[in-house]
Design a protein around this ligand. Sequence first.
Ligand code: T46
Length: 133
Amino acid sequence: MSKAWKRLEYNIIGDQRGSLVALETCKEIPFDIKRVYYIYENQKGLTRGMHAHKKLQQVLICLSGHCTVHLDDGENKESIELDFPHKAIYINRPAWREIDMSPGAVLVCLANESYSEEDYLRTREEFENYIKI
Ligand code: T46
């Protein structure tokens, strides 16, 4: 099966003042954006994520610093470096994710659904059982 995620690289609109990236719903972002959240000032050595989602689709972008996103959909595994603000990852199926953030990193996440604890697969066991269904 194909990976549950896709790497994206956005167009940089540059001029003499600097760089600009523009993201529009259903164009650069492949869904209707319902929620935006961001993670910053993450404590050194503490990994984020360590869960999967049942239905949620997300695009992750590291706006400052860098993040390593470790992904596993049960069949494919990949560690992706988000080290420029024009790079993104689109996750569209359940994938176990672990995220290591550099000091000062700011990770912004665009999601197609509101927050719901029901959508989380918080243990590896729950995740592995869910993807078998
Ligand atoms: C992912 C990584 C990058 C809310 O109240 N609203 C929200 O929208 C979110 C995302 C979280 N929360 C609450 C729920 C928990 O009490 O904030 C607390 C920490 O949330 P969570 O354990 O989901 O945080 P992370 O950083 O481990 O994971 C989140 C996303 O859930 C996840 O899908 O890819 O950020």
